[in-house]
Ligand binder design. Sequence first.
Ligand code: 13P
Length: 252
Amino acid sequence: MRRLMVAGNWKMHGSRAANAALLTELDLTLKAEWPIDMVVFPPSVYLADTARRLTDGVIGVGAQDVSAESAGAFTGQVSASMLKDVGCLYTLVGHSERRQLNREDDALVARKFAAVQGAGLIPILCVGETLQEREAGNTEGVVARQVDAVINMHGIGALAGSVLAYEPVWAIGTGRTASPEQAQAVHAFLRGRIRTQDANIATELRILYGGSVKASNAAELFSMTDVDGGLVGGASLSADEFQQICAAAAAR
Ligand code: 13P
């Protein structure tokens, strides 16, 4: 049985005071006995502080982005080993906002994926189509291309122990969630495609759904066979919403 995961991507929100308040509330409300992984993804300047506060292991810490390089003259970048050094366990790679706003292409995302694994962290590879791509009937083509970029560069074995996140771009921050059936269809497609190359990896692989997940729709989404949790944006900034989403995952 795959262990569900709920990941809270704070994006570029927060402050030392606001983070402290949120983490204190989460500490009080998230239950250590829930059989799921709960992780928060603060902006990089707050990672060390967040990791220092979360030492009991109930809530993990991850980074929203990472450099593909290991060290050197890369002003402004942060390496995977630095993220590990300050207490991160996970790193998102290929979030659609980075693909779109920072022009990250599939090849760069694949290099980042390997850098994360090389440092001993778990990459969460984000994939997803735009509204235009969905309407053109190209959803499967886009997510397949995004996953294949990693497989072609590093082999199918690279997906072992990693996490995928299906985040349709049209559902991010729009309040327009994919229906549970739409999410399930893409998750099943991804798992099926990976199964043709390695059945064990496909069975174990966790595929999270992201895009306007909230307390009111989480249980329905998590009830789908191939939806192994959520990558939550806006709703993860509310302790109450995040707690309810985690409770929904724990109850599946
Ligand atoms: P929202 O939950 O705000 O739609 O964001 C989803 C997301 O991009 C998480 O990485």
